[in-house]
Design a protein. Structure first.
Length: 193
């Protein structure tokens, strides 16, 4: 008579095989999870850039100030968005933090007339910044260390980050493509004119 039960060494071999498959596949699933998170940021930045466009249209073609009294640029845009979660990157999410942002604003645009931008499609308006920053979080130039620091916000999503531009488009790219030189047709910059 033949038994249909597994011996203990067959069970060990099956478990070892399953463990090997798990070791191979878990990094793949982690990368897919980050790809999913990466897709939320362009959506958030697109909505923020649309809110900025509405603000500019309402306020004599001028970009908002970084601070307006007790309000930062994030607070100034709230009437156009009515969603506090759009300012939180899913990869940086640290709970329900009201009054913070994970995105920066290009301070060189603050109070400037939109008509002065010579290369709107290459001028960075917003990008991924330090998590849970105050609502007036802004940068006047791209931090030099972000291009080489793998823990910087500029490398948050698979060695790159998302950026919103003066014309409303949003792109993902590596930080080495960002420049502090005057924007032209071949570089992405903080300096619009």
């Amino acid at each position: 008579m033949r038994r249909n039960a597994f011996t203990w060494w067959q069970v060990v071999l099956i478990l070892a095989g399953l463990a090997l498959i798990a070791v191979i596949l878990f990094p793949v699933f982690g990368r897919k999870r980050e790809n999913a998170r990466k897709s939320y940021c362009p959506s958030n930045l697109k909505k923020i850039s649309l809110a900025l466009a509405q603000y500019v249209q309402d306020y004599d073609e001028k970009y908002p100030l970084v601070n307006s009294g007790k309000q930062g640029w994030v607070d100034i845009l709230q009437p156009y968005l009515k969603n506090k979660y759009l300012f939180q990157c899913p990869s940086e999410y640290a709970g329900d933090l009201i009054g913070t942002t994970d995105y920066y604003y290009n301070a060189r645009l603050a109070g400037q007339e939109q008509s002065k931008l010579t290369f709107m499609s290459n001028t960075i308006m917003n990008g991924e910044g330090i998590g849970n920053s105050p609502t007036n979080y802004s940068l006047t130039k791209f931090p030099a260390g972000w291009a080489t620091d793998s823990n910087s916000p500029a490398q948050r999503h698979l060695d790159g980050a998302n950026y919103a531009f003066g014309d409303g488009q949003v792109k993902w790219f590596k930080p080495t493509r960002v420049s502090n030189e005057k924007a032209n047709s071949s570089n992405y910059s903080f300096t619009p004119w």
